[in-house]
Design a protein around this ligand. Structure first.
Ligand code: ZN
Length: 91
């Protein structure tokens, strides 16, 4: 099942490092930006590098899972649209 991380950086980063083959959906908290939700591979450094921070505490929340299809249906159900795909980490 997809796991939502909201205001929980430690749990989020632990999940990403424990599940390098998983997927991470990035979503803007206000649900207004057209490019979100966006799905990334958990191994994409952009979504876990310590240089950026505020992964779940600022304007964004994350939804993580091992099953990409389930993440896609989660987005459809919760946000009313399928996630866009990060050009640089998924194929
Ligand atoms: Zn990516």
């Amino acid at each position: 099942m997809p796991i939502l991380f909201d205001d929980d950086e430690v749990a989020y980063l632990n999940w990403v490092s424990a599940n390098p083959k998983g997927f991470v959906v990035n979503m803007d908290r206000k649900r207004q930006m057209s490019q979100y939700p966006m799905i990334h591979s958990a191994s994409h450094k952009l979504i876990s590098t310590s240089k950026i921070g505020n992964f779940t505490t600022g304007d964004y929340i994350k939804i993580c899972g091992l099953d990409r299809k389930k993440l896609e249906s989660f987005c459809e159900r919760e946000f009313g649209k399928l996630p866009s795909i990060c050009d640089s980490c998924t194929s």
